[in-house]
Design a protein around this ligand. Sequence first.
Ligand code: ACO
Length: 329
Amino acid sequence: MNNLRPVGVIGTGKYVPEKILTNSDLEKMVDTNDEWIVSRTGIKERHIAAPDQATSDLAYEAALKALESAGMTGSDLDLIIVATITPDSAFPSTACILQDKLGAKGAAAFDLSAACSGFVYGLATATSFIQSGMYNNALVIGADCLSRITDYTDRNTCVLFGDGAGAVIVGEVPEGRGFKAFDLGAEGAGGSLLQIEGGGSRLPASAETVENKKHYIYMNGREVFKFAVRVMGTATIEVLRKAGMDRSDVDLFVPHQANVRIIQSAMQRLELPEEKVVVNVHKYANTSAASIPLALVEAAEEGRMKAGDTVLMVGFGGGLTWGASVLVW
Ligand code: ACO
């Protein structure tokens, strides 16, 4: 990527809904307890969208802040990508809804489905478009309302998920800065380990699919855990290799926030000290595509990176998919 136009992050914003669901709230809903949830996952609470909020509403709030921080308005955008597995509806895309609300007249807009890896996939897509000269300023958002696809009678999954949105503006940056490498991948053979079976063309919504809870997330937690630990390590090493860097070059590691044990195992494998790792899973739980941008934007707001720092983002999720990037801030 070295001879191409330098492209990086020029604005950031995030949003989480007001309502907080704590572990003790969940203790009243299913047979679980705070000690189990914290020791197995690191999660203490999660934010839940209000009944009248959909994914585009969360995305809109994050987008406004990102535009403001870039000193832009919607009319400056020529591309909008929303990474989500919980679009407002099958179509129009959540990105098109946002395009209208933001006044980004004429901008290209589409959703991207790569589950928790979606934001990094979105960054890679926007970067390629801008490097090619096709577009100049892209809004890339990871946004999900996982509460809408979570079965709150299933203790195996309902403790794990939350709602939120994180947004960045991707555009040209000074020479030497910006994205240095991406590593995207998938293992489609593992798709059934983490899925929603109902509501698509294979198993359209019916009274029976509702009865059988086919519109909720199904997850084989143990197998996904093993996949996650493996690819967090391999994708990180691969993206550093592509960037011509070493793990000692990493100033800030921004992993997907699914489970603190998965993050800790990556930290150990990569020998990264705690102060170089962003962890906020205790506050937001797993917000799927929103997880990495929420962590990135929060780290930026807390002043954890300065110009020229090397930021490594890595995520994994349904598909199965993974995505990693090296960004010089
Ligand atoms: N409270 C109390 N007990 C529970 C709960 C709960 N909330 N959930 C499960 N248990 C029980 C299980 O029933 C099981 O009991 P059993 O042994 O009697 O059958 C026991 O706890 C242990 O279950 P395990 O599955 O072995 O627990 P584990 O330590 O593997 O942790 C977890 C489970 C947290 C789900 C873990 O496997 C995990 O994090 N997996 C990865 C999930 C992930 O990262 N998903 C990301 C993608 S999500 C997306 O793309 C939308």
